[in-house]
Design a protein around this ligand. Structure first.
Ligand code: 5GP
Length: 189
């Protein structure tokens, strides 16, 4: 059986990745890899669905045990991809989609050279700021920090990712990601 593809969908916080991923996952034989993180859940986030919310000590123990494929520190918290979310799924021929930041994407590139790396960008930083403010779950200080990180991520993106997808119109962005996946494997819808 052919192995699935590992697909990284990255982009600044607030760019609309979750909505794009929702559209992509429902249209392709793919699984979302639920990351582990040490950050606190936001309102509405469910343990085991949005993230595996774990302590820093547990996170570090999992790194030491070789259970973490890639990880990075972001906004003072650790985030990482668990091997158990990825390898068994690829082996049964399904794609695995990761929502991770740039450092993690680089690590995935070196561990899985055949992975497809997609970066979602906002129309502008101003637009990203208004989306982050509209979300209403993030403090002003956090928003400023996330915007500064977003500017860095966008500068670096060209040198890391295979594809840069503009999210101005959600359906168009989902369509573009689906086109990229269809080119990988013409047998998939
Ligand atoms: P948030 O706190 O907004 O959910 O996520 C913050 C950042 O962490 C986002 O850029 C997200 O893509 C990234 N992230 C989430 N999970 C992982 C992971 O497993 N590994 C890495 N490297 N980054 C992650």
């Amino acid at each position: 059986m052919a192995r699935g593809f590992l697909v990284v969908v990255s982009g600044p916080s607030g760019v609309g990745k979750s909505s794009i991923l929702g559209g992509v996952l429902s249209a392709t034989p793919s699984e979302f890899s639920t990351s582990a993180t040490t950050r606190r859940p936001r309102a509405g986030e469910v343990d085991g669905v949005h993230y595996h919310f774990i302590t820093r000590a547990d996170f570090e123990a999992r790194i030491d045990a070789g259970e973490v494929l890639e990880w990075a520190e972001y906004g003072g918290n650790l985030y990482g991809t668990l091997r158990s979310e990825v390898v068994p799924v690829l082996e049964v021929g399904r794609n695995v989609v990761l929502d991770i930041e740039n450092e993690g994407a680089k690590q995935i590139r070196s561990t899985f050279p055949e992975a497809v790396l997609i970066f979602v960008r906002p129309p502008s930083l101003e637009e990203l700021e208004s989306r982050l403010r509209g979300r209403g779950d993030t403090s002003d200080r956090d928003i400023d920090r996330r915007l500064a990180v977003a500017a860095d991520q966008m500068r670096e993106a060209e040198s890391i990712y295979d594809h840069i997808v503009l999210n101005e119109d959600l359906d168009a962005a989902i369509g573009r990601v689906l086109d990229i996946l269809a080119e990988l494997n013409p047998d998939q819808p």
